[in-house]
Design a protein around this ligand. Structure first.
Ligand code: GLC
Length: 748
């Protein structure tokens, strides 16, 4: 070969080399296919680097791979807003001055809107806040089923019905993740009360598991595409959920095809071998004080840290599981901080406050409104008395890991005062004293709620003022203190705490224009219900609480919320508490394990009340309006269907009142005859429609075999049995306006 050609060859070789060596590696190329990026990065990592990225290095941070330019991973609570920064290795506040947030309404309120598009806005807004705070994982939303009204964390979840929770969680996930932030749907699974949450072993039949407790998680994975899942503290089949073969490997990863990261709940990991083999991918919070189990950096002692290395070095386990875990973490990183295309987010924007307010507006439920006490009219310059601690108490601080440090929170009283303005006079009386604490996890409310007056004095003052008022608005309910709506605790009973019942009774005698606003994330007993003309379920409404409540109370907004769970008359009306059952189960002899048998099975909430004839105080799906709606007859596209078909259902609804309003038309299915006992009806469709006065809007539904199926534990699959079915169209689960029958026939 002559010199010239040799020079040419050498030159092109140098060009090629420089092109190859200076081109960024595939894993850094945000436009390269995800799986190629994952494999490329994995191939460059050492074993120790792989071990490092699958467990925490601080309270809320796990390492990336500095050598490869892969950043650390940051997780943050919670489902209702972005938690303030805590110290690297402490739960105490880091003392930042730029980590205040918008508190969005609690997820029970979101569920009560029955509005999936609002859920998408919720997810996008909170996702923008998480993105702005440079978080990879938002630790939420929660979708654990509301089995008992005592559960301290129900306010973080989406109610008693798996179909409603499924429809509402999917848009939230997509809204968050479009900002390049992973949701972490929690707590997977069967974490339905808080007492003994680390030691409860749930005993449940397969059918109930699949029909009631898994659907919302399955929708989150298969429709929402959540990038991470948080495994729960409790046990199932005697294995902790954080390393549970059946739930994590068999169901979540194999059956559902979950390709994301299983994150342990903080302190939920208990065993290295199980954690390696049974599906845990990212271990957080094993010693939540960060320093025990070896003052020198406890994080190296995590179950998926040095102990894992020792198992590999001993040959007891290979590296196949390690590679899978590392792949999943890398995949999440390349979907989030290294996704390269999700903007910078935003914090505390007026748009976010607007989203929070609208969710509150649409989530507040008008439970009762006799004699048109609501909306409170302002045209005659009324004297309005506001009574109750929850009218002034900050509710965004407390309740556990969902506690926040808000930029602002408008109280119900201040919202009412703002709405009334010069059109009336607003007087406030405390009425009762409940929880006067004003601090959680180092965040202080700055409120001094102390009040040395006696119960009698407080009630006497309220009654005297009530006698002089044109309208009385009582704002009470529960709060975020332990034993109320609070993580790691449950309530002891259904009753309102403090002297609220006595006070409400007295107010009902002192003024007939009484409105009771219940602020809570759970049902409460209302022994005074018949004596109170107007009742609102107010929820934890977050930063815009006062505006949302005032919007509804004074009629700026026509309420359209519907209950996402049943209000029972008394606790023993609840299936989990009936017949003397103890929902906590039984403690195993000389073991700190509580076996909680879910013997209520699929009959939870309205499924129990309807099927077993237990009349609720307010039924699932109930919610009134300031207008009225007339339901027309439903029309079905066919009277018969095969398993491959769909039937379309149309329901005309007319607004027969004087003002615009929204109605959530609910479609329930009843299986006329089935080989297994089924609930009398099950929610299988809903549509929220907005109707002008005099207008008729047609709600449309599509029914396929999934709406007819039950889970057959023998066949281990969903089965739709041929036969007659009924479509029940309702304004609530107990207010069925019309019915229609059709038949499922075998394939032609
Ligand atoms: C808590 C909660 C979980 C939360 C986590 C981090 O114990 O169970 O929901 O996200 O720890 O605070």
């Amino acid at each position: 070969m002559n010199m010239k050609r040799m020079m040419l060859a050498a030159g092109s070789a140098i060009l090629l080399w420089s092109a190859v060596s200076f081109a960024s590696p595939i894993y850094l190329d945000v436009n390269a296919p995800l799986e190629q990026r994952v494999e490329d990065a994995l191939s460059r990592m050492t074993r120790d680097e792989k071990i490092a990225i699958i467990h925490a290095q601080s309270k809320f941070c796990s390492p990336g791979v500095k050598r490869l330019g892969i950043p650390d991973v940051w997780a943050t609570d919670g489902p209702h807003g972005i938690r303030p920064e805590v110290m690297w290795d402490e739960w105490e506040q880091a003392g930042w001055t730029n980590d205040s947030c918008v508190a969005f309404p609690a997820l029970t309120c979101l569920a009560a809107t029955w509005n999936p598009s609002l859920s998408a806005e919720y997810g996008n807004a909170i996702g923008e806040e998480a993105r702005f705070r440079k978080k990879n994982i938002l630790l939420g939303p929660g979708v654990n089923i509301y089995r008992t009204p005592l559960n301290g964390r129900n306010f973080e979840y989406m109610g008693e019905d798996p179909y409603l929770a499924s429809r509402m969680v999917v848009p939230y996930i997509k809204g968050v993740q479009k900002n390049g932030v992973a949701t972490c749907v929690k707590h997977f699974a069967l974490n339905n009360h808080e007492i003994n949450r680390h030691t409860t072993n749930v005993i449940i039949d397969d059918r109930t598991l699949h029909e009631l407790y898994l659907p919302a998680f399955k929708a989150a994975v298969q429709e929402g595409g959540t990038w991470t899942i948080m495994a729960a503290y409790n046990l199932y089949k005697d294995q902790h959920l954080c390393h549970n073969q059946y739930m994590l490997n068999d169901i979540l990863k194999k059956d559902w095809g979950f390709d994301g990261v299983v994150v342990s709940d903080w302190g939920g990991t208990h065993n290295t071998g199980e954690a390696v083999r049974n599906g845990l991918d990212l271990e957080f919070g094993s010693w939540t004080d960060g320093l025990s189990n070896g003052a020198s950096n406890a994080y190296d002692n995590y179950y998926l840290a040095n102990p894992y290395k020792e198992l590999i070095d001993s040959g007891e386990v290979g590296t196949e599981e390690l590679n899978d875990k590392a792949r999943r973490v890398l995949r999440m990183i390349f979907r989030t901080s290294m996704g390269g295309h999700s903007g910078f987010g935003s914090l505390c924007s007026e748009e976010h406050y607007d989203v929070a307010r609208r969710i509150g507006d649409e989530g507040i439920v008008l439970l009762k409104n006799n004699e048109g006490v609501l909306p409170v009219e302002l045209e005659f310059n009324p004297r309005i008395l506001v009574v109750g601690e929850n009218a002034i108490k900050m509710m965004t601080v407390g309740g556990g890991s969902s506690s926040l440090k808000v930029q602002r929170e408008l109280s119900p009283l201040d919202g009412i005062r703002k709405a009334v303005g010069s059109n009336g006079e607003v007087i406030y009386c405390r009425g009762y004293v409940g929880d006067v604490t004003g601090e959680y996890n180092g965040v202080v409310t700055g409120q001094d709620l102390s009040d040395s007056r006696s119960e009698d004095e407080l009630i006497a003052e309220a009654i005297e003022e009530a006698g002089k008022a044109d309208a009385v608005i009582f704002v009470g309910g529960l709060n975020k203190s332990a034993g109320q709506d609070c993580e790691d605790s449950d309530r002891e009973g259904l009753e309102l705490p403090y002297a609220q019942n006595r006070l409400i009774e007295a107010l009902s005698k002192a003024n007939k224009n009484l409105v009771v606003v219940n602020i809570s994330g759970n049902a409460v007993a209302m022994p005074w219900c018949e004596k109170v003309p107007a009742i609102l379920q107010g929820w934890y409404l977050g930063s815009e609480a006062g505006n949302s409540l005032a919007d509804v109370i004074f009629g700026k907004v026509n309420p359209s919320g519907k209950l996402p769970f049943t209000f029972p008359v008394k606790l023993t009306d609840v299936a989990a508490h009936s017949g003397g059952k103890n929902y906590l189960g039984k403690k195993r002899d000389n073991l700190d394990i509580w076996d909680a048998e879910y013997s209520d099975g699929i009959f939870v909430g309205y499924r129990h009340h309807d099927t077993h004839g237990v009349r609720p105080l307010f039924p699932f799906g109930h919610g009134l309006s300031y207008t009225t709606f007339k339901y027309g007859r439903p029309s079905l596209s066919s009277g018969i269907m095969t398993a491959e078909d769909k039937i379309e259902v149309k329901v005309p609804v007319t607004n027969t009142g004087k003002r615009a309003g929204a109605e959530t038309v609910q479609l329930y299915i009843s299986d006329v005859k089935s080989s297994l006992k089924r609930p009398k009806k099950e929610l299988k469709g809903f549509e929220k429609i907005y109707i002008q006065p005099g207008e008729t809007v047609v709600a449309t539904f599509s029914i396929d075999k999934s709406a007819l199926s039950f889970y057959d534990p023998q066949k281990k699959e969903w089965v739709a049995e041929p036969g007659k079915f009924e479509v029940l169209i309702g304004s609530s689960s107990a207010d069925i306006r019309s019915k229609a029958q059709f038949e499922l026939i075998k394939e032609m």
